[in-house]
Ligand binder design. Sequence first.
Ligand code: DAH
Length: 357
Amino acid sequence: MTDTNDLSQLEADILKAIDAAADLAALEAVRIGTLGKKGSVSQQMAALGKMAPEERKEFGQAVNLVKTRVSDALESRKALLEGAALEARLRSETADITLPVRLGPLSEGRIHPVSQVMDELIEIFADLGFAVAEGPDIETDDYNFTKLNIPEEHPARQEHDTFYFNPGEDGSRLVLRTHTSPVQIRTMLKQKPPIRIIAPGRVYRCDSDQTHTPMFHQIEALVIDEETHMGHLKWVLEEMCKAFFEVDQVTMRFRASHFPFTEPSAEIDIDKAALGKPGEWLEIGGCGMVHPNVLRNCGLDPDKYQGFAFGMGIDRMAMLKYGIPDLRAFFGADLRWLKHYGFSVLDQPTLSGGLSG
Ligand code: DAH
């Protein structure tokens, strides 16, 4: 074929074929059939070699133009088909990112209500600027009692139903801590004021019935500074209760009481109105201004420093908030109970996101 008319016909056929290619595979077949080694356009190029020079010049230019136009047409058709293929794929592979997370094995595990309530309280107190302090479950008699102004033979020791270890050679005894208050001592011995800590943890008393278990949980708070007073204590407790019970208002009552490590001391009651039972008082813990003897026992000058402390029962707070009737079930390790009262691993309590989800 050396005729430019035939060449135009060839080009027109090829462009039609390109237009008709319905997908990328069909288009590739057209490309091989035209620009490939043995393709129709390539054959025209090969034919140039056998032509007389003047003929070759004219025909060569024409073939080159055909080649360029065919190759451009292939390119643009390819871009179009690729775009369409991507469109189709996106349509068929849509992911609805608003669907809830598929939990898998995580949905099996449950956070125990006690852990949940501890996390909630830690979150609340962290927001108020408190750090978390810790102490051991096995405590010295000195820290659990003596340095807290509960000397040997003090009647408060009997009230605590202490689990004692056998005395050591020097006569000193270890105990399972009966309250979280020894963490106050550990903190004050380690750190100079200002102090602002909470200490959640396990405590032990040799006592067991429907409302008492030999192991239970408390949360302790200690604030020591130069001017900290009862007003601060009441405010902190009120803020804590409002945040914890997730209500705007709580009525609290501070009933005069006695603890060896505080002076004055009070028991903290809250009006159950916040829980839908107005007029009923419920005791949630003890509190007071840290006794000067306790400060002195920790090397702090009571003329310079003062502060408050309180201790509350975590298990009781959990029962109250989540309507759990029987304390003993907390420690029964019954999976059905945990499934019912437990919390999802993925619902971390936060003040911004909601404490209890
Ligand atoms: N430790 C006390 C108890 O277990 C509770 C308590 C009362 C803690 C008054 C305090 C406090 O920090 O100030 O019964």
